[in-house]
Design a protein around this ligand. Sequence first.
Ligand SMILES: [Zn+2]
Ligand SMILES: [Zn+2]
Length: 51
Amino acid sequence: MSQCEKCFKHLNECQSCRGRGGSSGLGGRLHCSACKGTGLVCNTHGGFWKK
Ligand SMILES: [Zn+2]
Ligand SMILES: [Zn+2]
């Protein structure tokens, strides 16, 4: 399990993409905007948990 690189809290599975980081579209892989394609979100920082 990963943790936020800013506040070191446990990351939650992104509810928008169910932890997959995006979905497959006609034009290729689409990055989930909620988690920035990581599949994980921080309660405080959302998808911006990477430094
Ligand atoms: Zn955080
Ligand atoms: Zn997502």
